[in-house]
Design a protein around this ligand. Structure first.
Ligand SMILES: Cc1cc2nc3c(=O)[nH]c(=O)nc-3n(C[C@H](O)[C@H](O)[C@H](O)COP(=O)(O)O)c2cc1C
Length: 331
């Protein structure tokens, strides 16, 4: 499978863009465990144009994580084109446009999934950005605004006509936010549409190796994008790849191996940011990680772990967990 001139192995797995989650440290870890492409957190076009420092830092990408997509969101065609030109200077492999974010502060202002209510504007943004940069432009969106407007099959053709190089579809509407189950049937419909020639990336509720394999086999997508299931568990990509290659589940990592990964991620985040911000960024992963699941009376310690604001304190808490037989404790 190829997106423009970027070649991917069979059954590629992509790390979904996630705000406050897909910082460089996490992207690099996911890459190490087999993610075939990673995305930055979404980046505000307006903030980029205003040269907001914190936003500019999100453009920092590293050779070891390639191929990497920088994702942008915004609602004005000119601003999105200007922001894409700025982002292109960081030399990502792809510029991805976010037309799927459902949260009020974004969609309510007409950006992200808000553009599903103004398709002409979405298409104008897409065409302008495609023309503004030399690198491939992709789009990530949802099935439609709500149950009465699941327009993705027609929209996919329109976006393709604007010149995008691939389309990622999250199998929910904006109204669903993150509730109920992702519907992959419409993703399959887009993929099976004879008019579609660009790669289709399926996304939504892929949490196990078996489900990932099923999504490729049943819906024929060109790539599967994994989001929440990777938070606190970047090795999920290795588990999925193992299942594709061998057809059986990978031996679970030991407790110590999992702890070591979480600690390394913390150290990396601190190196890329600073101690305070690195720890804050890692909290999201610590809160979701399955590593400590099943530990008796864990609640108090979990609270302390998520409150600790120095590396010493955090590692002291993590190191205090011992699992005598060093097996995977949550199976
Ligand atoms: C914490 C969080 C942050 C997210 N931030 C973004 C984002 O910045 N850009 C985007 O396109 N989608 C974002 N999403 C949506 C995910 O990319 C993905 O589409 C969604 O979580 C469904 O996939 P999953 O079931 O594999 O998690 C975010 C999701 C979560 C949970």
């Amino acid at each position: 499978m190829k997106i423009s001139n970027i070649e991917f192995p069979d059954k590629p797995l992509f790390l979904a863009p996630m705000e406050d989650v897909t910082d460089p440290a996490f992207r690099l870890l996911c890459k190490q465990f087999g993610a075939d492409m990673v995305y930055t957190e979404f980046i505000s076009a307006d903030a980029l144009i205003r040269s907001v420092k914190r936003t500019e830092q999100k453009l920092n990408i590293y050779d070891a994580e390639r191929p990497v997509a920088i994702q942008l969101y915004g609602r004005e065609p000119e601003a999105m084109a200007d922001a894409a030109r700025i982002a292109e200077e960081s030399q990502p492999n792809i510029i991805d446009l976010n037309f799927g974010c459902p949260v009020k502060k974004v969609a309510g202002k007409g950006a992200g999934a808000g553009l599903l209510r103004d398709i002409p504007k979405m298409l104008e943004i897409t065409s302008k950005v495609v023309k503004a940069v030399k690198i491939p432009v992709t789009v990530k969106t949802r099935l439609g605004w709500d149950d009465d407007s699941k327009i993705i099959v027609e929209l996919a053709e329109q976006l393709q006509d604007c010149g995008i190089a691939a389309l990622a579809i999250h199998g929910r509407t904006r109204s669903q936010m993150y509730k109920s189950e992702a519907d992959w049937t419409m993703i399959g419909e887009v993929k099976n549409n004879q008019r579609m020639v660009i790669p289709i990336i399926g996304n939504g509720d892929v949490t196990t190796p078996k489900r990932a394999a099923e999504c490729f086999d049943r819906y024929g997508v060109d790539a599967v994008m994994v989001g929440r299931a990777s938070i606190g568990k970047p090795w999920i990509f290795a588990e999925m790849k193992h299942f594709f290659d061998v057809g059986t589940e990978m031996n679970p990592l030991t407790f110590d191996e999992q702890k070591a990964i979480i600690k390394q991620q913390t150290l990396d985040a601190i190196q890329f940011l600073d101690e305070r911000r690195g720890i804050i960024h890692t909290r999201r992963h610590l809160a979701s990680t399955p590593v400590f699941k099943g530990i008796p009376n864990f609640k108090e310690t979990r609270i302390a772990m998520l409150r600790s604001d120095t590396l010493d304190e955090l590692f002291r808490i993590i190191d205090a967990f011992n699992n005598p037989d060093n097996s995977n404790i949550y199976i």
